[in-house]
Design a protein around this ligand. Structure first.
Ligand SMILES: NC(=O)c1ccc[n+]([C@@H]2O[C@H](COP(=O)([O-])OP(=O)(O)OC[C@H]3O[C@@H](n4cnc5c(N)ncnc54)[C@H](OP(=O)(O)O)[C@@H]3O)[C@@H](O)[C@H]2O)c1
Length: 248
């Protein structure tokens, strides 16, 4: 597949590397233009481009940038992209830590619904509920015991199936997270969020999510993080996220 990736940080960069290694024709972009992305693109066997080049003529777009940057993308960026091309949103809202307060999200709007409104087309939410380290290091071949899972939510069943195939291809079981509106179930501090769960546990965790409960848990966890001293390890992060799962 021709895959355009906008944002090549922890998540987008890891996906770019894996998808390129898997034989996909990958184009990568950040906010600084094709030249700035050149060394990374060369290193992973991808093509360096800008945001428009990452969208033009591709079969799949992965948007992996902070939410304020989503809102600042050119409003016509996706206008020429056929409706059949899935746009994946990996984003999470972290007000007070990385993101400014966004009133609509604070009022309870589902994050990826907000993203779809910003870019003017539906998105498929995926790769938001796995930590970058897990994405990079813990992928396993299909059928491996204990293989970790990633939730995938969206309204277009064909697009969702395509993205579930991508999830499988980079080493994880894809679990159906429902519609885009329902994707609040995989947002930060929900039971299924970034706890390294297998598919059975992920399904139970998505079902156990309680509407409106996660933001207060997220804010409490963020507060604990800011006072916890040295930088948290990956295991600390997993333990912290699992503390938000009543199923353990
Ligand atoms: N880190 C995790 O473990 C994790 C896990 C799941 C989901 N997420 C979510 O996934 C998203 C990306 O996270 P991340 O950790 O990968 O972020 P990151 O490491 O900070 O990388 C963000 C990337 O976005 C690029 N970018 C910023 N503004 C841009 C713009 N206007 N146009 C194009 N590119 C732009 C940045 O490059 P330049 O600034 O150089 O342009 C950088 O390559 C976030 O919403 C995050 O919450 C993160």
């Amino acid at each position: 597949m021709k895959i355009g990736i906008i944002g090549i940080g922890n998540i987008g960069g890891t996906l770019a590397r894996k998808l390129s290694a898997a034989g996909h024709e990958v184009r990568v972009a950040n906010s600084k233009g094709a030249e700035a992305v050149g060394p990374f693109a060369t290193e992973i066997g991808a093509t360096a481009t800008d945001a428009r080049g990452a969208v033009d003529g591709v079969d799949l777009v992965i948007l992996s940038i902070p939410l304020p940057a989503v809102a600042a993308l050119p409003k016509d960026l996706f206008v020429s992209l056929p409706d059949t091309v899935p746009v994946v949103d990996t984003g999470n809202y972290y007000p007070g830590m990385r993101d400014p307060q966004i009133a609509e999200l604070d009022a309870g709007k589902t994050e990826s619904v907000w993203v779809s409104e910003q870019i003017g087309r539906p998105v498929i939410k995926a790769f938001n509920n796995i930590l970058a380290h897990s994405l990079k290091e813990l992928g396993r071949p299909e059928g491996s015991p204990g293989r970790l899972a990633v939730a995938v939510a969206g309204d277009d069943t064909t697009a969702k199936k395509t993205v579930m195939g991508i999830v499988n291809g980079v080493g994880f079981d894809a679990v159906d997270g429902g519609t885009l509106q329902e994707s609040w179930r995989q947002q930060p501090a929900t039971p299924g969020y970034c706890g390294d769960y297998d598919a059975a546990s992920m399904e139970k965790a998505l079902s156990a999510a309680v509407p409106g409960e996660a933001p207060a848990i997220r804010d409490r966890l963020l507060k604990n993080m800011s006072t916890s001293g040295p930088r948290l390890t990956h295991d600390d992060m997993i333990a912290m996220n699992r503390s938000a799962n009543p199923l353990g």
